[in-house]
Design a protein around this ligand. Structure first.
Ligand code: SF4
Length: 429
């Protein structure tokens, strides 16, 4: 590694975490309005004092979080995943930021030699099995290091990917640690403005077209206007290295229970999306369900918009017209304006069955308990529900089941009116 003085990784005993009792929901409620450095200060000097580490990739945007660290406490442990696969420029950048920001506790987390010898003796695992490569070189070393802390800090932002679109300031991980995301609400422009304001050194590769920088074999230059993360694991169906896989596992937003209107994966959660409003700008709007006719009228602008968006399909809309662009949307909302209007079921089936849409499909409008089993059959997986008896039924898992249908879906549903022996045949498929 270039001139830098990285200490050995510490191994510490995990302390009992007082924050668990407070609950992540209250934490997010208390600090939702706080700016990034304020969130970091609260976490590092009060809530998780002496029990928190920073995890940094020393990539294109890392200087922002690390500058905040220098403002709060330069001795905080900063973990750098030294995978052995970084660009030399990244290793130089570690030394540059250490020096420029006065960070005195940068720790290199290296993969276990025995694991590398066993699983990646040729150093080319990234080519054939990048998930395993990331596991050996990132996830395992990080797990060992953070096991000694009650929480750790990441530099993730909401705008980066659709999966990060509801990222809160505080998350509870599946192993009961707290992940703190001081930059969760930062936009692309906020990052640039922050770097300029404090004159932060740029990663040497940034000006060469690398907008998101990880290991050298898995990072490529992005074209002008391309999503910055498109250069990571290009051509592979991979967006995260694995260290953040339990994202969303137990996040909560600072809202009252009645404001959590989106029922998804068995629980009511905060809805990151809102409805389209008159005056919204197609080029910059984010987390908004765009009505299908509005999308078609300004298609080019919406396709160039880098932010997560949803599509709203109302009765009478021709879904086929948006079919080539469905994968651009993180969510498709199907409108059910009234109990007696069944056109939404057909729209959902077209989106899911005919066009193979894999994102979230949600029902909005007059969503009632009796409809939900039928909606689920059509591929709808999320429901915006305001009707209190329906909310209660969902909370308690008391929805009616329907076993026989006029219009069966797939091979296993039984058409109403068929003879018993035919039903048995279908049931045995
Ligand atoms: S980013 Fe690539 S090289 Fe780095 S650990 Fe993951 S697969 Fe391996």
């Amino acid at each position: 590694m270039a001139a830098t003085s990285l200490a050995a990784a510490p191994f510490r005993q995990h302390k009992p975490d007082k924050l668990r009792q407070l609950g992540i929901m209250s934490l997010n409620g208390m600090f939702d309005e706080m700016d990034g450095v304020g969130v970091l200060r609260q976490a590092a000097t009060d809530l998780l004092k002496d029990d928190i580490a920073i995890v940094s990739s020393f990539g294109a945007d890392s200087a922002v979080l690390l500058h905040m660290v220098s403002e709060v406490d330069r001795t905080l442990p900063v973990c750098f995943l030294e995978t052995g696969k970084h660009f030399p420029e990244t290793l130089d950048y570690v030394a540059t930021l250490e020096r420029a920001l006065g960070l005195s506790n940068v720790i290199a987390l290296r993969p276990d030699d025995k694991d590398v010898l066993r699983f990646d003796p040729g150093g080319d695992l990234w080519e054939t099995d990048p998930d395993s490569c990331c596991h050996v070189r990132k996830t395992e070393p990080l797990d060992v290091a953070v096991s000694g802390f009650g929480g750790w800090v990441t530099g993730r932002k909401r705008y980066q990917t659709a999966e990060r679109g509801v990222l809160p300031h505080f998350e509870l991980t599946s192993d009961d640690r707290i992940k703190v995301n001081p930059l969760a609400y930062f936009s692309d422009a906020d990052i640039t403005a922050y770097k300029l304001k404090y004159g932060l050194p740029e990663h040497p590769l940034y000006t060469k077209g690398y907008k998101s920088i990880g290991c050298a074999p898995c990072t490529s230059v992005v074209a002008e206007g391309e999503d910055p993360r498109a250069g990571r694991w290009r051509g592979l169906n991979k967006k995260e290295c694995g260290i953040h896989f339990d994202f969303n596992g137990a996040i909560a937003k600072p809202m009252a229970a009645e404001d959590l209107t989106l029922f998804k994966d068995g629980a009511f959660i905060a809805d990151p999306f809102r409805a389209w409003s008159e005056g919204d700008d197609a080029a910059s709007v984010r987390y908004t369900h765009v009505p299908l006719p509005v999308f078609l009228a300004q298609r080019d602008a919406f396709l160039a918009n880098p932010h997560p968006l949803g599509l709203l399909v109302a009765p009478g809309d021709n879904v086929e017209l948006a079919a080539p662009d469905l994968s651009r949307f993180a969510s498709v909302a199907i409108a059910f304006p009234g109990f007696t209007d069944g056109r939404g079921y057909s729209s959902a089936r077209l989106v899911v069955e005919r066009h193979g849409y894999k994102g979230e499909v949600r029902a909005v409008g007059d969503v009632l308990a009796d409809q939900i089993p039928l909606m689920r059959r059509c591929g709808i997986t999320a429901f915006v529900v305001r009707h209190e008896p329906t909310r209660k039924a969902l909370r308690e898992g008391k929805l009616a089941t329907v076993d026989v249908f006029y219009q069966p879906v797939g091979k296993t549903e039984v058409p109403l009116g068929t003879r018993p022996f035919l039903r048995r045949a279908v049931e045995n498929v």
